[in-house]
Structure formats: C-alpha cells, structure tokens
Design a protein around this ligand. Structure first.
Ligand SMILES: [Zn+2]
Ligand SMILES: [Zn+2]
Length: 348
C-alpha cells in the first residue's frame, strides 16, 4: 500500500486566503505534500486551475454556508448555493451533483481576539447523508483555545505545538456515534489555512504561512497503486480514498505520520481502514506507528479498548464493533501527545 499526505480545506485568493493556487502548490510541494484541497467561501472560481502543480494534485472544492453549518464539498462542477437554515438541503444538493462533503469545524468556539468572539459551529442537528466530518481543524483549534494574551504569545513564539492539545472530545463522540450506527462517516483533519496578513502598526505579519501550516494537521490517503501523475486519475484516487475512509489524520508538527498503518487480517484477507470484515476468531488488527516512542490505543465503539506502548501492536479481536486506532507521541520526559487518528475498520 502507498500513503500520501495532503492538506484539506485551504483558502486561496478566490475568497479570503492570501495565496494563488500556484503559490499554494509551491508551498505544499516544499512541505512534502502530495495533494491539496482548496475550499474557498461560496465560490468554485478556482476550478479552471485544477491541475498537478509543482508535483502536487490541486483539487478545488468549496466551503458552503455563511454564519454556521459550514460544509466543505468537492468533486463539484456546478455551484451549490448556501442555505444556513437548511443545511440538509445543501448536503443533498452536493450529493445530487456527484460531490462529497465534510462537516467543517462542527464545535468551533470563538476567540476574544478574533471577530469579537464569533464562531461558526454546526448548529442544526441531526443531518444525514454527508460523507465526512473534520475531527481536527488547525485554525479552528487555535481559535477555540482562547487563552490569555500572554499564553497565546508564549505558544506562538515558543511552543506552537502546545496549543494543539487534542481533537475535541465532543467531535470524536459525534463521529463515533454516527459510525456505531453504521453511517460510515470519514474523519478528516484539515487546516483551514488562510495565511492572511495581520496589520501590526507599520508592519503586516503573516502569522501562519501556508508552508508552516502544511506541516501541521494533514490527512494521509492510503492507495493500492501509486498516486497517478495524470490529474484526473489522481483526483479520482484521492476522492475514492476520502469517500471510503481509507485515510488517517496526523498532527505532523509532532512527527511525520508517514509510515503509519492500520489494517485487519484474517487468513489471506486484508482489510484497510474504511473496510468491513466478518467478526470471527482469528481476526487480527495490526497497527504500525512511525516512531518508536509511541503509545497505540485501540478504540472500540468509541471507548478505549486496549493500550500498548511501542511502535507496533497486534490485537486479536473477535467481537463485532467499530475499531479505530489512535497513536500518542511520547516526547522525552513529557506526557504522551495525541498524534494520529485512523479511520475505523468495521467488524460485523
Ligand atoms: Zn468555516
Ligand atoms: Zn474555511
């Protein structure tokens, strides 16, 4: 199997981001990414620019809705209008147009330093027929921490990783809940990168550049074949992996997520993330973490099931359930930090 890191939910000059697609692609290439999915607010203006640029597959999506219920959709060739009050209608229209969509930053909280505390959470539940959910959004996470100005400055100047503690437990619970009820929702990590400059008196400062943010929260897709150099084929490979949940999220600032794997094996049969296997004795879940100082946690039906220290673990499981893996990174002399989140494997 081959894994490819990418960054999802990036804003460009087509809305309120600061970079052109060409510049974003160059920064993504420098950060070692294989694909980027842009999601400009209520426009597919960048669509004619979709291509492989600097070796990076640049897919153009859209972020639909204004004041809440933001929905990141891709694989669209037609514009889907916003409908804040009826987000189910937005989801259904995206599906009818052949797209797939992700609920963006569903539990976002505001920061007193930005837009007077304004936030853009998903306010209308329940909704159905969406394909995925952002379980860890870099920009939104910073916004929601909302510490004192001193602490913010400390994080920003000395410990940017420190601000990113873990995905919100509400969000993980919601994701698990949908999957326990067999909705098969793909969890993704995203950046919501804008790279906009802030005015500081005479100076303009870009707090988080694209290049920096592309080394933070990424979504790795898992492919049987190599990612094609033909754009249309690569696009279908990326969309296929995201649709099926053949992907995982890594907070790459701690350590690269490259080399992680999670699969089920039973005899000759191998099932990757997003897949289903019949529950029976002899099913083994294999987890490989890309760093020796790892703690592997197996989650079953949303609850911690087993924990194992080290870079490799095998779990014999016979019970049906929704199994996913989390890996915590263990820096020297510090507590383990949430790092990698797999998509589930379904034992039925
Ligand atoms: Zn948003
Ligand atoms: Zn956004």
């Amino acid at each position: 199997m081959h894994t490819y890191p990418g960054n999802i939910h990036v804003h460009s000059r087509y809305s309120d981001g600061s970079g052109s697609l060409e510049e974003i692609a160059a920064d993504a290439a420098a950060a070692g990414l294989s694909y980027v999915i842009t999601a400009d607010h209520e426009t597919l203006g960048g669509l004619p620019e979709e291509a492989i640029r600097h070796g990076v597959a640049m897919l153009v999506g859209i972020e639909i809705n204004h004041s809440h219920c933001h929905y990141v959709a891709l694989n669209l060739s037609e514009f889907i209008p916003s409908n804040d009050e009826n987000p189910q209608l937005v989801i259904d229209r995206v599906n009818e147009a052949g797209g797939l969509g992700f609920i963006a930053h569903p539990f976002e909280k505001g920061s007193r330093y930005l837009e007077k505390g304004r936030a853009y959470p998903w306010k209308i539940w329940p909704v159905f027929r969406f394909q995925g959910i952002e379980i860890w959004n870099y920009t939104s996470h910073w916004r929601g921490r909302d510490p004192s100005l001193l602490k913010t400055l400390y994080w920003f100047l000395f410990d940017r990783k420190g601000a990113m503690d873990a995905p919100s437990s509400e969000c993980l619970r919601l994701w698990d809940c949908y999957n326990i009820h067999n909705y098969r929702i793909t969890g993704i990590g995203s950046s919501d990168a804008h790279a906009f400059p802030y005015n500081l008196g005479l100076f303009k400062v870009k707090v988080f550049t694209y290049r920096y943010i592309f080394k933070t929260i990424n979504t790795y897709i898992v492919l049987e074949d190599e990612l094609s150099q033909n754009f249309e084929l690569a696009k279908q490979q990326i969309i296929g992996a995201l649709r099926e949940g053949r992907c995982y999220i890594s907070f790459d600032s701690l350590h690269s997520g490259s080399g992680f794997s999670f699969y089920a094996a039973a005899g000759d049969k191998i099932v990757q993330m997003g897949g289903e296997i019949t529950a029976r004795p002899g099913v083994c879940l294999h987890v490989k973490a890309p760093a020796r100082r790892s703690q592997i946690r197996l989650i079953r039906n949303g609850r911690l099931f087993k924990v194992c220290d080290g870079s490799q673990a095998e779990f014999n499981v016979a019970e049906p359930g929704v199994y996913r893996a989390e890996v915590f990174f263990r820096p020297l002399l510090r507590r383990p930090r949430p790092w990698i989140y797999s998509n589930p494997i379904y034992l039925r």
